[in-house]
Design a protein around this ligand. Structure first.
Ligand SMILES: Nc1ncnc2c1ncn2[C@@H]1O[C@H](COP(=O)(O)OP(=O)(O)O)[C@@H](O)[C@H]1O
Ligand SMILES: [Mg+2]
Length: 147
């Protein structure tokens, strides 16, 4: 998790995510949204955070064995990390392209797999980092600035 001086952390929480569990898919982003609203952050910050969290969460459920989403709120930022154990992404540049998806039939039937997730995560983040190792897992870090 990101290193911050304790006095600079307004809120911190980790959420576990189970790969393949589409019944619960979306619950972490819903919880993060209500936490951020409760803290009193502006609507656009809450909305962007919820979108990047949701897309990361759906990707962990869709592609990974398991993962964790870390939320860290500081006076100037909302930081969201999505870390999973799974197949990893062999070609990140390709995966980032709009419309690129390896989602299977099962995932598509549930309405996912449009290939816009990573692209939208990047668009809605003020800072975005991604790294991945094949057969190990994927690490995403999104930072959204607060006014
Ligand atoms: N956490 C992940 N683990 C493994 N592969 C992933 C992960 N996230 C994304 N991918 C790969 O990147 C592709 C693009 O992801 P995304 O833009 O979210 O679109 P979609 O999920 O609709 O396919 C996915 O189809 C998948 O191949
Ligand atoms: Mg996706």
């Amino acid at each position: 998790m990101a290193v911050h001086a304790p006095e600079n952390i307004l809120h911190q929480h980790s959420f576990d995510i189970e790969g393949g569990n589409f019944t619960n898919a979306g619950t972490v982003s819903t919880r993060i949204k209500s936490i951020l609203k409760q803290i009193g952050l502006p609507d656009n910050v809450v909305r962007k955070s919820a979108i990047v969290c949701y897309e990361s969460e759906i990707n962990i459920v869709s592609y990974a064995r398991k993962g964790v989403i870390n939320l860290i709120v500081t006076p100037k930022t909302v930081e969201i990390e999505a870390i999973d154990e799974g197949p990893g992404i062999p070609n990140i540049e390709l995966a980032m392209q709009q419309g690129y998806s390896t989602a299977n039939q099962h995932i598509r039937e549930m309405g996912f797999g449009a290939g816009m997730g990573l692209h939208n995560i990047k668009c809605f983040s003020d800072k975005f980092d991604i790294s991945s190792e094949v057969d190990k897992g994927t690490f995403l870090k999104m930072i959204i600035n607060t006014p």
